[in-house]
Structures are given as C-alpha cells and as structure tokens.
Design a protein around this ligand. Sequence first.
Ligand code: MLT
Length: 259
Amino acid sequence: MTRTLNVHLLPAMFEPEALRDGIAVVIDVLRASTTMTLALQNGAAGIIPCGSIEEANSAFERSPDTVLRGGERGGVKIDGFELSNSPDDYSPNVVDGRTIAFTTTNGTRALLRCGIAERILVGSFVNLSGVVNELAGCCNPIHLVCAGTNGAVTNEDVLFAGCIVQRLTGCVDIPDVDESRWELSDSSLLALCAWLQMTREMTLPEALLRSKGARNLMALGYDRDIQTAGMIDLCSIVGIFDGNTKRITASPAAARESG
Ligand code: MLT
C-alpha cells in the first residue's frame, strides 16, 4: 500500500479540510513545539493552545490555582503571564501537575489550523523518535505542518520535516524513494533534499543558527533555547492534541519524579 506524505511549508499553504482523516504533526522548532514538548515531559498535566492572549487569560481566570499562562509576542513574555516561550521556564518544579494556557505568534495558531485532522502531534527535534514511531504505527495520510514565522518559511521547521521524511522512508538519497510505498508531495521532496544537504555540510546545532528565527532569539538573549531545540530525543513523550477537550497531553504520560 502506498502512503501519502505531505509537507506544508506554511499553515496558509493548505486548506484545513485537506487534513481530514490525516495525522498531522505541528512543527515550530524555534520554539513553540520544543517548549510544549518539554513542558509535558517535565510533568505539565496538559496544554491549552490559545489563539489569543484573551483566551489564555480566560483559561487562567477559570482555574487560577492550577493554570499557568505561557507564551510570547515578539519573542518575549506577555505582560501578566507567568511563563515566556523559553523551554527554560518550564522546569519540573514549575510545571508539574499544572495546566499551561499557551499562546504564541505562529506555533499555537498553526496547531489550531490543524483541528480537523484525525490525530494531531506536536513535533520537534527533542521528541523526534517518538513522533516517527507514532507516524510509523498508523496508516493515515501524513501532514507535516511547518509553522513558519509571520507567513515566511523557516529553515529549522523545513529541516525537521525533512528529517522525518528521511526517517520514515529510510532514504539516504532522493532516487532511493520507494514509490511503491511512499507518495511524497513535491514539498516533501524539497524538505528531504534540504535535510540531506544539511547533514552533509554541517551539524544540526550549526544549521539551527542559520535562520531568521534564531537571529531574533539571539538578539533577545535566548541563545540557550536554540541549543535546547537541537537536542535530538531529549524527551520520550509526544504531545497529542485532543480536538474534543482542546488540550494537548503527553503520550505516554510523563513519569513524575516522586518525593
Ligand atoms: C512562535 O510560535 O511564533 C514561536 O515559537 C516564536 C518564539 O520563538 O518565541
């Protein structure tokens, strides 16, 4: 059986309806999907992706004892919020057992655009193998959705999409694609090319520094976040968005430290 694999270089490049029956991976390597994954790995009970600051404030006001507000606008913490969009803010002692009402400029919006998909995963290099295992274990069409930055394609998101294409297909070169097993969109081939080319020329941490998003983060003093985003398989969990509860939870549930 041939399996379809699509890469969407930007959320605006697909109609939400195209994701029906599919499994979607939302990708915002710098930093929303990396930060959400770390929050869940560190014991957050769940994440409520919010399309606006007002929505996050409402979630907080409904349950101020259990909810923390996290996210960014212009890369920096939102006034009144407890947490920024830096993974460093989401340590176990801060997030364990708490629900995060989370809003970012691109990542959470990309996720909400995927709502119609049958299954929605949050993907980043820190949970690469978990995401690949989830995708390999089902047969729905795959949609890798790059969040981009303010409507522009971002290098790091496309590289991660290409890395997933490579892991799933096992290709070490473009002519290796087994067309009896995989139907790759042209943008999937582009992402795969970008990933293969990168691995020949530089390391992932070097590649992650070469993007506008990384330059913005460095200008704001968030250099460490770029390093964190490049730590392949730092986390064992995958965040899964449930369209009914409108929450992202960890699969498998993160093991909490006792004591
Ligand atoms: C976003 O969702 O726009 C990004 O995660 C921005 C950031 O790195 O703070």
